[in-house]
Ligand binder design. Structure first.
Ligand SMILES: Cc1ncc(C[n+]2csc(CCOP(=O)(O)OP(=O)(O)O)c2C)c(N)n1
Ligand SMILES: [Mg+2]
Length: 1010
């Protein structure tokens, strides 16, 4: 039976152009196969078939304008199929009225229920399954009522709080409150015991401690400028060791591996362990922070510099927490999309308590809870100190963090006190010990650990007679031994065990430690601990004795490393543990298969002229992405990432086509469900719609861009953002992404200082390319025409995802609509586009005077228009060059210049710029929609007079025309400046320039464009 396929509801658009027919008459198609692509002035979208069958007749052709309800084609389908004509609500008005009526009814009901007279509250006998003694319950409730009546709510609140605290201390599962007392979350009787050999683990830990400190001290003895940290790892050694010995599973051919974000400046500890494991040798340890010669160890975790070792750059504080959250989320995304198996892998992130002050550190914790990231564990090392002093001198960072994380919906595990405190807490019958613990602020806790047992006896236990009494039988030494939770392997083990078994929410382990633990007077718990990188002999002796490191005095004096024999129980143990856990950590490997780049002709439609049809490069990009989604190798690997701007960029068609990732699917019917671009959320959705969160979007981009190593699957992230809110906002993440060797595309959309017209100062980007140029492995391009964009994009896919080059692309696209010419047929054009410039037009009529124009982005069109005027009105010839990347041209220039200077006797090489412009006639005038510095970059590589125009200064809102006039990058300025340049070069009389300046009413005063 013949059915009609009509244009569905396409939102607010009418008369939308058909730009592609994706099917032929006689062709068999399945339901949901796209049949045509339509394009409004803002976006293009495919219309899917609503039934399967054979296409009978196609009723539209490319170029037709269609609106909702128009007939697209007839299809011969079966009767059972859903008829497309039925997909459009016939009588929307009636539907709305019906819906409104039913709402009215509901409201009436609500009002009615509200009118029901409320009874006075009375004590209700609780009768349910969990109440084993209702009588007792009612007695408790009666007592409470009596308290409220007699002493008021405050008193009742106090009593409830005391009851909860008491229940908590007895190990009861208490209801949610923001804060719990200042004691461990896991009661002693619920602590899971480690089956590790504690003695041997302590010995191993001591050696790691020693070697890690020795590495820093030796480096600084040789070169005091190198720096490094001892105190941080000293405080965190147990936190790492327990993970390494018992929890963190490495990647191997059977398992994908847990992902560990190490705290940046604890790196020496990781090297020291790798030394014992036999992965690093003494020579390498001695090259700590000396990376210029091969084999040196990076100061901090830098995958770029140690590509087989480090996985995640973390030392710029605040990035690690966000990257870890989005990594965990991305892992679930890959699982939910069926791209990797769910193997119960975890993401662990180690953070400093000072680091938690970075807005980024806490900025995404809500997302982690919302998305139920139970594959994520934060460990916050609360040594109560940062660089200058206490993290919270007058407060309690652990309690503060507990409240914040608990409030956000995290599972919080506090590890405050070590096992030596257990008997004291058990004997604290009056609750005074907990009272002192709660009352003491971090500044005091820190000061106590910088002193001794006698001080603690007086200042801490001395506060109340009850607490004084509690420790009366303990010596000062015993008191000093009362350890903090983060230094007690039993407590840490129990916490990690619980954390890794938690289901339904992310976990944060908040561990209390001592900064510079074991460093004694040289740097334990003192404000200067963070900076301590030199230890004198006495300090080293103390450190050795403190941890029983088996070194002689002489060896200590030489600051020797200590590594037991290969067959020693320690080395055997450490290796055996890692073998059990699947291999070494950290380690960076990749087994991802390349993605075959799409065929060369995939973007062929971008090589043809658009005729009179106008479109923006942003639209061209969206068209290209639509094409890519039809390529079977690429389609599933694309990860479109958008921070709430899909509609701005005309990408809303993607919502329906590939869905928005939502870990719980879509629990509601979207308001626009009848429309073609309906907001469709799905568990296996492909688009990462990040909301207004550029840092989060960038974190997702990095997670996807490093999929090839962290998940052994090559993915193609493409993050589209408002170009002004790109590098400027997330520059540090971009740097970390580069360090991580992320592969993918960053698209600075609505780019250009004068191209984004009305939005004004904070929106108009005139410098993102300069920022991009600061990142060594970032290739940035500012294309004007669709074929340039297509050439660059395909090359990017090939280089990054097929050839696996560790580079990434930054491409600006614009929102200005204009016609696009056909791609020039010269073979050199493609090479030129990729290298950074090619000749796009030549005006050669008069053969008298010539000028070279170099234009980039939309300003290239102003230059072409200016060149036309110059020929027509002034008989001046010109050559116009499209510069797709001043950054790439500069990089080439730098390399060639260096070669020529260092090879003075060899035939000099030519920079690409010189090979293009060396033999041309006339001076050069370059312009872009960015600051002059953008085009000025290539000035040194041209042996000719060079002038540039650009958009220096603050942007402001106005029309494109006015803005280009104001910033002096419109065609009139191109003409006037062009003439002036020629006059200055004495190629024409200056009166022509003067006349043009007058004619175009160019402001010659200092108009102060700031
Ligand atoms: C964004 C950023 N700002 C500043 C620093 C310099 N810095 C390195 S460590 C540190 C103090 C860290 O304190 P904390 O997070 O408590 O770590 P701890 O060493 O105490 O474990 C600072 C300020 C940095 N690495 N990154
Ligand atoms: Mg700290």
């Amino acid at each position: 039976m013949s059915e009609k396929l009509l244009v569905p509801d396409i939102g607010d658009f009418e008369n939308v152009e058909v730009i592609e027919l994706l099917v032929k008459e006689g062709q068999k198609i399945a339901k949901n196969d796209p049949v045509v692509t339509i394009e409004s002035d803002k976006s293009s979208v495919e219309i899917p078939s609503t039934l399967s069958g054979t296409i009978e007749t196609i009723k539209v052709k490319v170029g037709d304008k269609v609106s909702k309800g128009d007939l697209i084609l007839n299809i011969l389908g079966s009767n059972e199929e859903y008829s497309p004509t039925k997909t459009i609500p016939k009588d929307t008005e009636n539907l709305i009225k019906e819906a409104e009526k039913s709402l009215e009814k509901k409201q009436e009901q609500i009002i009615h229920t509200n009118n029901i007279e409320r009874k006075k509250p009375e004590i209700i006998q609780v009768v349910n399954d969990s109440d084993i003694d209702p009588l007792e319950t009612s007695e408790w409730l009666e007592s409470l009522t009596a308290v409220i009546e007699k002493d008021g709510n405050q008193r009742a609140h106090y009593l409830i709080k005391e009851l909860i605290n008491k229940a908590y201390m007895e190990g009861a599962n208490i209801p949610y409150t923001q804060n719990t007392p200042y004691i461990n979350t896991i009661p002693v009787n619920e602590e899971k015991k480690s089956n590790g050999d504690q003695n041997i683990e302590r010995r191993i830990r001591s050696l790691i401690r020693w070697n890690s400190a020795a590495m820093v001290v030796r480096a600084n003895k040789k070169f005091p400028e190198l720096g490094g940290h001892i105190g941080t790892f000293a405080s965190a050694a147990t936190l790492y060791d327990v993970g390494m010995n018992h929890f963190w599973r490495a990647k191997n051919n059977k398992f994908g591996g847990d992902l560990i974000y190490f705290q940046g400046h604890s790196a020496p500890g990781m090297y020291a362990r790798a030394f014992l494991e036999g992965r690093l040798n003494e020579k390498q340890l001695d090259s700590f922070r000396q990376e210029v010669n091969p084999g040196g160890l990076s100061s901090y975790p830098h995958p770029w510099l140690m590509p087989n070792f480090w996985q995640f750059p973390t030392v710029s504080m605040g990035l690690g927490p966000m990257l870890a959250i989005y990594q965990a989320r991305y892992m679930k995304y890959l699982i939910n999309r069926g791209l990797i198996k769910d193997e119960g892998r975890k993401v662990w992130a180690f953070l400093g308590d000072g680091e938690m002050d970075e807005p980024e550190s806490l900025g995404a914790i809500g997302l982690a809870a919302r998305e139920k990231l139970d594959n994520l564990i934060f460990v916050i090392n609360c040594n109560l100190q940062r660089l200058d002093g206490p993290v919270r001198g007058n407060g309690k960072i652990i309690q503060e963090l507990e409240g914040i994380f608990r409030g956000a919906g995290w599972n919080v595990i506090k590890v405050i006190w070590g096992s030596y405190w257990d008997p004291l807490l058990a004997n604290d019958k009056t609750g005074h010990l907990i009272k002192v613990m709660n009352e003491t602020v971090d500044g005091e806790y820190q000061a106590m650990k910088a002193r001794d047992g006698a001080y603690v006896r007086e200042k801490f236990f001395g506060k109340y007679p009850e607490t004084k009494e509690l420790i009366s039988s303990l010596s000062d030494k015993d008191i000093w031994r009362l350890n903090r939770g983060g230094h007690d392997p039993h407590k840490v083990f129990a916490a990690y065990d619980k954390a890794s078994k938690n289901i339904g929410s992310p976990t944060v382990v908040i561990a209390k430690t001592i900064k510079g633990y074991g460093m004694g007077k040289s740097g334990e718990s003192v404000n200067t601990t963070h900076q301590t990188k030199k230890l004198d002999i006495d300090d080293l002796m103390y450190y050795r004795d403190r941890f029983d490191v088996p070194l002689t005095d002489k060896q200590v004096q030489n600051i020797e490393y200590y590594k037991p024999d290969q067959n020693s129980p320690e080395i055997k143990y450490i290796k055996e543990r890692r073998l059990q856990l699947g291999g070494f950590i950290p380690e960076r490997t990749t087994y991802a298969k390349p993605i075959k780049a799409p065929p060369k002709n995939i973007f062929d439609n971008m090589k043809e002229s658009t005729g009179k049809k106008e479109m923006s490069t942003t639209m061209a990009l969206v068209r290209m992405l639509t094409n890519l989604l039809r390529d079977k190798n690429v389609a599933s690997r694309l990860v479109p990432i958008i921070p709430d701007e899909a509609r701005t960029f005309g990408m809303e068609g993607f919502f329906q086509k590939i869905g928005i990732y939502a870990h719980e699917g879509q629990k509601y019917e979207p308001e626009d469900s009848a429309q073609l671009s309906s907001y469709r959320e799905e568990k296996s959705g492909q688009v990462l719609e990040e909301g207004i969160n550029e840092a989060g979007a960038m974190s997702s981009w990095i997670a996807a861009g490093t999929s090839y190593t962290n998940h052994d699957i090559e993915m193609i992230p493409i993050y589209l953002f408002y170009s002004m809110f790109g590098f400027q906002r997330i520059g540090d993440f971009a740097w970390a992404g580069a360090d991580s060797q992320s592969r993918g595309f960053l698209i600075g959309a609505t780019a250009g200082r004068t191209t984004l017209a009305g939005e004004g100062l904070q929106h108009q980007d005139g410098h993102s390319h300069l920022m991009a140029s600061t990142i060594p492995n970032c290739k940035s391009y500012d294309p004007t025409f669709h074929y340039e964009l297509a050439t660059i994009f395909r090359e990017g896919l090939k280089r990054m995802h097929e050839k696996k080059e560790n580079i990434f692309y930054y491409i600006t696209t614009m929102n200005e609509n204009y016609p696009h010419p056909a791609m020039p047929t010269e073979k050199s054009c493609e090479e030129g586009i990729l290298k950074g410039m090619y000749k796009i037009k030549e005006f050669n009529k008069y053969k008298k005077t010539k000028i070279q124009f170099l234009g980039s982005g939309t300003i290239l069109r102003e230059m072409i228009a200016g060149a036309e005027i110059l020929q027509k009105e002034y008989q001046i010839d010109s050559e116009v060059w499209s510069v797709t990347s001043f950054n790439e041209l500069r990089r080439d220039g730098l390399e060639v210049e260096r070669y020529n200077l260092l090879n003075p006797e060899k035939e000099p090489k030519k920079s690409y710029v010189e090979s293009c412009l060396g033999k041309t006639e006339g001076p050069i005038l370059a312009a872009s929609d960015y600051m002059r510095m953008n085009s000025d970059q290539i000035r040194p590589y041209i042996n000719k007079s060079f002038y540039s125009l650009g958009t220096d200064g603050f942007g402001r809102s106005d029309t494109r025309k006015n803005l280009r006039k104001f910033f002096e990058v419109d065609k009139e300025h191109v003409v006037a400046y062009g003439l002036s340049v020629l006059a200055k070069e004495q190629l024409i009389a200056s009166k022509y320039a003067q006349e043009a300046i007058k004619k175009y009413q160019i402001d010659t005063t200092d108009n102060n464009r700031k």
